[in-house]
Ligand binder design. Structure first.
Ligand SMILES: Cc1ncc(COP(=O)(O)O)c(C=O)c1O
Length: 365
């Protein structure tokens, strides 16, 4: 059966090469006589997989020995809670960007913890409800001097708005990079921690990949449950309990694939893929981009037909689906259309979409 062009926002398309390699190794991983899913997480075979996955990711992000990379179950949503549990202590203030659905969810978790603990949360900028969707401009952010940390989201997956420049916040900067990690050139040393639900650009669902400065992890609250403390993951190399071994294996293979592709090539390709779709959107009044141009995401392209003609959008999604292009429907909370084109999404799929858009416009414009 032919593979679909899968435009899903996550779980999302994985590199075909990675899937094929995993298939080859599924029942007998490199002569061990068992699947990665079946082997002990304390054995030497798994240990090599675990170590290499972390090392490759660190190399791709340019992280030194002062950084730890952790695998934490519960996805990016668990990070929203864990960050506040670890770092939002009584009497402290944390700054949060409210840039769209996801950063607003992170903010909400922090507000809950702040109410419990007698801490406070400052909304550093709020453009969550703006249409066209966007990210805060540099002058809009209001940071709290002496804040415990600041939290932002680099790419709002639902609205399709991406931060192109990171703010100077004056406190350790924490960033939810779930939907654009390793998709473009980025100075990761600017952050105190960054994390991503794995299921978009990194591997399968089931965990978040968390990069955190070791000294920061040590400063987290040590009265909260062991499994919720970053220091546990750092000190135990994410092996305090049984980690999601299969997910880590595919993550490692995906990182090797990124390295083999050459990240500069991949980043360039990502920009080119997005531009092809935005060029069609800008070519006529039939289409309207959802995000302000300067904040358009290269990972999640969002748009409407005739300013929001829901019947035509339904028709678009159905016809595209019949042609093997799946999951072009916008997020259920906002409607419209969305093409998620992460690292592993092939150029041929973008070309197919662009061709279909032109044809659809001719027939319905
Ligand atoms: C930017 C962003 N943050 C957080 C999440 C939540 O991730 P998870 O489902 O891994 O909790 C998502 C999911 O789509 C996302 O796009």
């Amino acid at each position: 059966m032919a593979r679909a062009y899968n435009f899903s926002a996550g779980p999302a398309a994985l590199p075909l090469e990675v899937l094929q390699e995993a298939q080859k190794e599924l029942v007998d991983y490199k002569g061990t006589g068992m699947s990665v899913m079946e082997m002990s997480h304390r054995g030497k075979d798994y240990d090599a997989i675990h170590g290499e996955a972390i090392a490759t990711f660190k190399e791709l992000c340019g992280l030194g020995d002062d950084w730890a990379v952790c695998f934490v179950q519960g996805g990016a949503s668990m990070q929203f809670a864990m960050i506040a549990m670890n770092f939002l202590k009584a009497g402290a203030t944390a700054d949060y960007g409210k840039q769209g659905t996801w950063s607003a969810k992170a903010l909400k978790e922090a507000q809950k913890l702040a109410a419990l603990r007698g801490a406070s949360v400052n909304v550093a900028a709020d453009c969550q409800k703006d249409i066209p969707t966007r990210q805060p401009s540099a002058s809009e952010w209001k940071w709290t001097p002496g804040a415990a940390y600041s939290h932002i989201c680099s790419n709002e997956t639902i609205s399709g708005a991406e931060l192109k420049e990171f703010p100077e916040t004056g406190s350790p900067l924490f960033c939810d990079m779930s939907s654009d990690i390793l998709s473009c050139e980025r100075d990761y040393s600017r952050f105190g921690m960054f994390y991503a639900g794995a299921q978009k650009n990194l591997g399968p669902s089931g965990m978040a990949v968390v990069a955190i400065r070791k000294e920061l992890a040590e400063k987290g609250d040590d009265r909260i449950p062991t499994m919720l403390q970053y220091r546990t993951y750092v000190n135990e190399n994410s092996l305090f309990n049984t980690p999601p071994t299969w997910g880590i294996y595919i993550f490692g293979e995906t990182m090797k694939w990124v390295k083999k592709m050459g990240k500069e090539n991949l980043f360039k390709l990502n920009a080119e893929k997005a531009k092809k779709i935005y060029d069609v959107i800008d070519s006529s009044e039939f289409w309207t981009g959802t995000a302000v141009k300067e904040f358009r995401s290269n990972m999640n392209v969002t748009w409407r037909i005739k300013g929001g003609d829901e019947d035509l959008e339904k028709k678009f999604v159905a016809e595209a689906g019949a042609l093997g292009m799946s999951s072009l429907k916008g997020h259920r909370s906002v409607g419209g259309l969305r093409a998620s084109i992460y690292n592993a999404f092939p150029v041929s799929g973008v070309d197919a979409l662009v061709g279909f858009m032109k044809d659809f416009e001719k027939r319905n414009g």
